[in-house]
Design a protein around this ligand. Structure first.
Ligand code: 5AD
Length: 463
């Protein structure tokens, strides 16, 4: 009765937290299984950013509790943001849940499961759920153990910070993830070195607002923020080929960060830069501390540092009070920036946030329509940008087999997924790929054999 399946909803931070829980459980002798059907213990690591994400997890929990009818020992745990946000109240909807563990207590999951199992095998009747959503000082330092997977990962995720102190009026994250806390720089660098030692060639630094990293713990040195200092240190790790980070805040893009994209060769030409809206009026109501013009200025400064810079973003449509004109400003900003990709969210009321009580909530059909228009607009732009790469040669980090298993996939420096023929021994290395075809989401191409056609004594590298 020790087979665990973890289902993750939401962001990469949640993915990373689930990996860490899996690693801790493995170390305790639990088996992590790939499918829900095989498990005795189901853990849902949840998301609260939008109501739809919460409803999805609640639906899944309700459904899986049917398993208890056939198997009274089945354990269901709800972890992460929704557990933090709703706590014991979840029992009203899901009275048979066994475990509710918040975002600062992931590291306690193995103990709680051990306790539940011990109680059951001692014949103690299944009673109250274990609920732990307390805050814990230093919890940002507990998410560190990396998965000992059989397959070494080419792309690893390293958490650098937890929580967020911004007060964006739409956002539940400060409630679910708590105050901003950064991990010590040397711990992060050590973890990056460890994952590289295990085979990673790309590291993504994760946090809710990475550009604020360490701002209360480390001084700016020579006008360089602690976040850029961290990038410099990670950039110096031998054998590491690429660094990415998510999510930054536009407020953190000063000259030192734009300059980092000039100076640090491992930073790819790609930034995820959440804009949320292209209307100054709405940005203000969202309590986002920048203007449309400032955002465009950041984009220009990054393209001045790296002309090929690709951007992705988050946009909320139908924020309370958003008029047709505000929305058109967002459409217009998207045209000006020419995003490679965007996550578009229909505004979702999160109770307890300041925006929940604002006047002028936008009717659902209007949100739906704006979502559709923007998706179409962004899809066109993204395809155009992808097609502009046809005929170019891109540096690709080979990650592994593609979905079909017939070819290989990797990403360009600008973060475009690319599919091509290669050989297994190239996994984890940088190759040159000539792009021959492009769809919105994928580039296709052929390996360029270095030295091919040259009369070099080294000859052409073979596959
Ligand atoms: N409604 C819709 N989208 C939201 N996001 C955050 N809160 C909400 C909300 N209440 C989006 C933002 C954020 C992304 C992670 O989720 O765009 O950047």
């Amino acid at each position: 009765m020790n087979r665990v399946h973890i289902k993750t909803y939401g962001c990469q931070m949640n993915e990373r937290d689930s990996e860490a829980v899996a690693a801790m459980l493995r170390a305790r002798g639990y088996r992590i299984v790939e499918t829900e059907d095989e498990c005795d213990i189901l853990l849902l690591n949840t998301c609260s950013v939008r109501d739809a994400a919460e409803q999805k997890a609640i639906g899944k929990a309700g459904y899986s509790l049917h398993k208890k009818r056939h198997n009274p020992d089945f354990v269901l745990g709800i972890l992460g943001c929704m557990a933090q946000n709703r706590g014991a109240e979840l029992l009203d909807r899901l009275p048979d849940v066994d475990l509710i563990v918040g975002t600062q207590k992931f590291h306690r999951v193995p103990d709680y499961l051990d306790n539940l199992r011990a109680a059951r095998s001692a014949g103690v009747p299944v009673g109250q759920a274990i609920i732990d959503t307390a805050e814990e000082a230093g919890s940002q330092n507990t998410i560190r153990d990396h998965v000992e997977s059989a397959e070494p990962q080419v792309c690893a995720f390293v958490s650098i910070q937890q929580g967020c102190n911004m007060d964006c009026s739409f956002c539940i994250v400060p409630t679910t993830r708590g105050d901003e806390r950064s991990r010590p720089m040397e711990d992060i660098v050590r973890e990056c070195e460890e994952v590289v030692e295990k085979g990673a060639r790309e590291v993504t630094l994760l946090g809710q607002i990475v550009t604020s990293y360490g701002r209360r713990d480390y001084p700016h040195t020579g006008n360089v923020t602690p976040f850029v200092q961290l990038l410099e240190k990670v950039n110096a790790i031998p054998k590491l080929e690429r660094i990415r980070f998510t999510s930054p805040h536009p407020r953190g893009f000063r000259e030192d960060l734009a300059d980092a994209f000039r100076r640090l060769p491992k930073l790819g030409e790609y930034v995820h830069l959440p804009v949320q809206s292209g209307s100054d009026r709405i940005l203000k109501a969202m309590r986002r501390p920048y203007s449309r013009e400032r955002y465009l200025e950041i984009v220009r400064s990054l393209r001045a540092a790296q002309p090929g810079m690709a951007f992705s973003t988050d946009i909320i449509v139908g924020f309370p009070g958003e008029t047709e004109e505000d929305f058109q400003q967002t459409v217009d900003l998207c045209r000006q920036v020419d995003f490679d990709m965007a996550y578009i969210f229909k505004y979702s009321v999160r109770s307890g946030t300041p925006a929940a009580t604002l006047e002028g909530q936008v009717p659902d059909p209007v949100r739906e329509e704006r979502n559709r228009i923007l998706l179409e607009e962004l899809g066109k732009g993204s395809l155009r940008r992808a097609q502009s790469l046809v005929g170019t040669v891109q540096e690709v980090l080979v990650e592994g087999p593609d979905k079909t298993g017939e070819r290989f996939m990797g990403r360009t420096r600008g973060n475009r997924a690319t599919v091509f023929e290669a050989a297994p021994r190239l996994v984890g290395s940088l190759v040159q790929v000539e792009i021959t075809r492009a769809s919105v989401s994928t580039l296709y191409g052929n390996l360029v054999i270095s030295g091919a056609g040259l009369q070099s004594p080294l000859g052409a590298a073979s596959l």
